[in-house]
Ligand binder design. Structure first.
Ligand SMILES: Cc1cc2nc3c(=O)[nH]c(=O)nc-3n(C[C@H](O)[C@H](O)[C@H](O)COP(=O)(O)OP(=O)(O)OC[C@H]3O[C@@H](n4cnc5c(N)ncnc54)[C@H](O)[C@@H]3O)c2cc1C
Length: 222
């Protein structure tokens, strides 16, 4: 271990980057190594379901920092580097690129989409790569089903309509669900979806799914 203390941050997204940045802002002058298992430099996720899905931005426009900004902050960013194990007693993170000793460790590994048990092959949207696959799919899709009537589901359904697909948005709750925002926004967005031609299936669940020649046929509980 070098004399300069080393902080390793696992998870190179907004949480990890903000932690690393804050250490510098607070005057930490030791080594900061930020590792992430994705192959891209750290990027923001909000544009994935907006500008990128709509084809207005390309992936590099979502980067949180350019390589130059990371260098200026003296943050060693390592992409395609997955943490695979942790030896707390020895203060070592095992990674896909070798062992990484640390003085302090920050774990900011975020969350992953939940898959529907009947539709394990359905696309999900979390990463830049997911967004590019989904964007390509939406450009040629005739009919799109979106499961999950929260913010992301609504954004994806809007994008599908923009590309011209017949779009069904399915949600288990009785109204579009936006966390703490409440029913006013929910009913306005319901009207907006209807005006844009998004078909809503609320209080509904997928109860069956069958592969077809060119997609999947699903049945709903309602
Ligand atoms: C499409 C989309 C749109 C969104 N839009 C909005 C919005 O408009 N407004 C808003 O407030 N929020 C939005 N969010 C939510 C917001 O992006 C998340 O709250 C935020 O990304 C959480 O940041 P995080 O750093 O905690 O975790 P994450 O962004 O989940 O990042 C965790 C990172 O850790 C990596 N990782 C996991 N395990 C390992 C490992 N073992 N080794 C190395 N790396 C690992 C992951 O691959 C990932 O890159 C959106 C999310 C998505 C997916």
């Amino acid at each position: 271990m070098s004399s300069s203390p080393r902080v390793v941050v696992v998870g190179a997204s907004i949480g990890g980057v903000t932690a690393a940045e804050t250490l510098r802002q607070e005057g930490f002058d030791g080594e900061i190594v930020l590792i992430g298992d994705e192959r891209h430099r750290p990027y923001q996720r909000p544009p994935l379901s907006k500008q990128i899905l709509l084809g207005e931005w390309e992936p590099d426009q979502a980067e949180i920092h350019t390589a130059l900004q990371s260098a200026e902050l003296d943050i060693d960013v390592r992409s395609s580097c997955a943490a695979t194990g942790l030896d707390v007693a020895a203060r070592i993170v095992q990674t896909s690129q070798g062992e990484l000793p640390y003085d302090e460790l920050i774990i900011a590994t975020g969350s992953e989409p939940r898959r529907h048990p009947l539709l394990p092959m359905a696309l999900t949207l979390r990463t830049i790569d997911d967004a590019m696959v989904l964007r390509d799919g939406l450009r040629s899709a005739r009919r799109v089903g979106v499961i999950g009537a929260g913010v992301l589901g609504s954004e994806i359904a809007s994008a599908a309509r923009k590309y011209g697909a017949d779009t069904l948005l399915v949600g288990r709750s009785a109204s579009l669900s936006f966390g703490g925002v409440g029913t006013l926004l929910s009913s306005r967005l319901t009207r907006l979806h209807e005006a844009n031609g998004v078909e809503l299936a609320l209080s509904a669940e997928i109860v069956g799914a069958e592969p077809t020649r060119d997609g999947t046929s699903t049945s709903l509980s309602r």
